[in-house]
Design a protein around this ligand. Structure first.
Ligand SMILES: *[C@@H]1O[C@H](CO)[C@@H](O)[C@H](O)[C@H]1NC(C)=O
Ligand SMILES: *[C@@H]1O[C@H](CO)[C@@H](O)[C@H](O)[C@H]1NC(C)=O
Ligand SMILES: *[C@@H]1O[C@H](CO)[C@@H](O)[C@H](O)[C@H]1NC(C)=O
Ligand SMILES: *[C@@H]1O[C@H](CO)[C@@H](O)[C@H](O)[C@H]1NC(C)=O
Ligand SMILES: *[C@@H]1O[C@H](CO)[C@@H](O)[C@H](O)[C@H]1NC(C)=O
Ligand SMILES: *[C@@H]1O[C@H](CO)[C@@H](O)[C@H](O)[C@H]1NC(C)=O
Ligand SMILES: *[C@@H]1O[C@H](CO)[C@@H](O)[C@H](O)[C@H]1NC(C)=O
Ligand SMILES: *[C@@H]1O[C@H](CO)[C@@H](O)[C@H](O)[C@H]1NC(C)=O
Ligand SMILES: *[C@@H]1O[C@H](CO)[C@@H](O)[C@H](O)[C@H]1NC(C)=O
Length: 537
């Protein structure tokens, strides 16, 4: 039997043309339950055209002998010329199948095995293939015989889908790596009479080669922009996992290295427990200048497996970063605040007056008093102190009344001669908002003592009047004044300076105005602000 079959097989091989390549040459065939399957006799159609009508198919039954197969027997079978199709093949289809055409016969042994329902493939139907590492790995999902019925093609690796294609064939190809090992299963969905059937094919791929050599791995992202400051140094650290004989080095344009500030340090190698090497190599750039910027410094690892690269580019960092900029702003703000405070302190009086004028404050309206100030001064005008008298009786009223619009009470002018002087003075002081005391060495005479004491009582005990001291001539010794006046001295003493205090705009008048009550009424100013208060003749 063997001697008869061999020449026949050779013959069929010789006569096979492309359209016939789908015929089934093997005698022992394994099929999976539930999958479409076919048996096809290898024949040259032209030679047997007239014999086609005589084709018959048989299945061998041990007890009954040959049983002829016909579409009537089994609806799952389909007959086309030299082909018997199974839609699908079932477990009880195992056995011997015989093809007869004229005096020509052909036999196959079919072994149908149960599919593994827990996996996408069945171990017994797996073919194996060994691929060398780095060599071409190709998985092709195709089926020449059923190609016109294919609706969809899927490829699984270890039962995880890795590719899908609606056309035929589906190709998966790459350079093999060790991690590519596994079971690759092609699932072709076939459409038969509107029903879908799957044909599967599984290949067990094993990768061969030396597992101890690896593709070098450079740590870090492939491209890096490093911010640097001109004039500073930078160290670019490049590290990689590589094989014993691999090298790690830096590449950058030759002409840019001529400045002599770029130094490649020596390689540092540490062996890992797996026998690989952790290597690092530093590129040191000192005193960075413009020519070191904006081109790639390539850290490169060369190995038998190929090259790996990591690119560093230096870019200029702005001189002041956000934190120092923030500090400068803070300092400037501080300085500005301090300046404003100083200006405020210096022009405190002007600002207070301006503020008074702006909001139109008037504290004289509701207190029921008649005078804005009672002026207390030395009454006698002897030759040596007449100036002081003139100041109190002429200059003060001229400025405070005519210019600033205040109403003063001046004893000589406003008190009727005769009458009870003491009572009158007391009631006038009570009717005044301020007590202006024009001080000089001669002041403490008998006559003013009462005025002073009455005013002090009002000021310190009753708190109904405020005292303004005008130091008309420099006073070296305040001992002659009552002790209680000392309490008021520091804040409310204005010094008259004969030369400087003349103008209405002088500090003296501003301060006096400030110490006087706030008042809005302003009588007509018939004296220019610039003109001196006192003619200097
Ligand atoms: C042979 O045919 C009989 C009757 O149809 C059947 O019961 C038996 O299983 C068949 N045997 C084989 C091996 O197919
Ligand atoms: C073979 O098995 C299929 C399904 O399992 C069944 O439909 C068919 O009748 C069986 N055929 C025979 C001859 O037992
Ligand atoms: C088979 O038939 C062909 C003609 O159809 C004939 O030439 C050949 O000799 C026959 N072979 C056998 C073994 O009978
Ligand atoms: C697949 O290949 C591996 C390695 O050659 C082998 O150990 C395993 O038994 C194979 N599996 C099958 C189902 O053939
Ligand atoms: C092919 O499959 C798609 C869904 O995947 C279905 O809509 C379509 O009808 C199928 N075609 C045939 C010819 O079965
Ligand atoms: C065919 O394979 C697809 C994809 O694996 C699956 O979803 C479908 O259920 C299978 N159909 C049959 C009839 O086995
Ligand atoms: C460079 O980096 C590697 C890995 O991060 C590290 O092991 C090594 O110590 C570094 N070298 C220097 C000089 O910092
Ligand atoms: C460095 O790498 C970059 C980007 O891959 C490339 O354009 C450049 O030519 C390389 N430089 C050198 C000196 O190899
Ligand atoms: C250094 O590299 C930059 C950018 O590629 C280039 O413009 C410059 O001319 C180079 N310096 C020298 C000295 O060639």
């Amino acid at each position: 039997m063997h001697s008869r079959e061999l020449p026949l097989a050779l013959l069929t091989l010789l006569f096979i043309n492309t359209s016939e390549s789908t015929c089934v040459l093997r005698n022992h065939i394994t099929a999976l339950t539930g999958e479409p399957f076919y048996l096809k006799h290898c024949s040259t159609p032209s030679k047997h055209e007239n014999e086609k009508d005589t084709i018959r198919w048989f299945k061998y039954n041990t007890s009954l002998g040959r049983i002829e197969l016909s579409p009537k027997n089994s609806p799952r079978f389909a007959f086309h010329d030299y082909v018997l199709e199974f839609w699908p093949v079932e477990f009880n289809d195992s056995g011997r199948y015989i093809f007869k055409m004229g005096n020509e016969t052909r036999e196959w042994n079919l072994n149908v095995i149960k599919r593994n329902n827990h996996k996408c493939f069945t171990e017994k139907r797996v073919t194996s293939k060994v691929v060398e590492v780095k060599k071409y790995l190709k998985i092709q999902c195709e089926n020449d015989y059923f190609k016109n019925r294919i609706n969809r093609t899927l490829l699984y690796k270890d039962c995880k889908q890795i590719a899908e294609n609606n056309e035929n064939p589906l190709n998966f190809q790459k350079n093999a790596e060790f991690e590519d090992e596994g079971y690759y299963t092609c699932v072709l969905s076939l459409n038969y009479n509107g029903k879908l059937f799957n044909v599967t094919k599984t290949i067990n791929i094993t990768i061969s080669g030396d597992r101890n050599t690896l593709s070098p791995v450079i740590f870090g992202s492939p491209s890096n922009y490093v911010k640097v400051k001109l004039g500073k140094d930078v160290r670019l650290n490049c590290s990689a996992l590589l094989n014993e004989n691999d090298v790690i080095y830096w590449l950058f344009p030759e002409e840019n290295a001529t400045y002599g500030n770029i130094h490649e340090e020596s390689e540092v190698n540490i062996m890992t427990p797996e026998g690989q090497f952790l290597a690092s190599r530093i590129l040191r750039i000192e005193n960075i200048n413009e020519n070191n910027l904006n081109f790639p410094y390539n850290c490169t690892v060369g190995s038998a497996e190929g090259k790996a690269m990591r690119v560093f580019i230096l870019v200029k960092q702005e001189d002041t970063d956000i934190s120092t900029r923030g500090m400068i702003v803070a300092i400037l703000l501080l300085v500005a605040v301090v300046c404003i405070l100083i200006v405020c302190a210096i022009y405190r009086v002007d600002l207070a007056l301006l503020y008074r004028r702006l909001i139109g404050r008037d504290e004289t309206l509701t207190d029921g008093k008649t005078y804005d100030a009672f002026v207390s001064y030395l009454k006698e005008c002897q030759t040596e102190n007449c100036e002081e008298h003139t100041f109190a009786v002429e200059i003060l009223p001229r400025v405070l009344e005519k210019h600033f619009g205040y109403k003063l009470c001046i004893f000589e002018r406003d008190v009727m001669p005769g009458g009870a002087v003491v009572d009158e003075v007391h009631s006038l002081i009570e009717k005044s908002r301020r007590l202006i005391i024009v001080l000089s060495e001669n002041y403490m005479s008998h006559e003013v003592r009462f005025e002073l004491e009455s005013g002090l009582h009002e000021a310190l005990v009753e708190r109904k009047i405020k005292i303004i001291l005008i130091e008309f001539t420099p006073i070296s010794d305040f001992m002659f004044l009552p002790q209680s006046l000392e309490l008021l001295k520091s804040h409310r003493v204005l010094k008259w300076k004969a030369g400087k205090s003349l103008s209405y705009n002088s500090r003296f008048w501003k301060n006096l105005h400030y110490l006087m009550p706030a008042k809005t009424s302003k009588p007509g100013r018939y004296e220019s602000e610039i003109l001196p208060v006192l003619s200097q003749t």
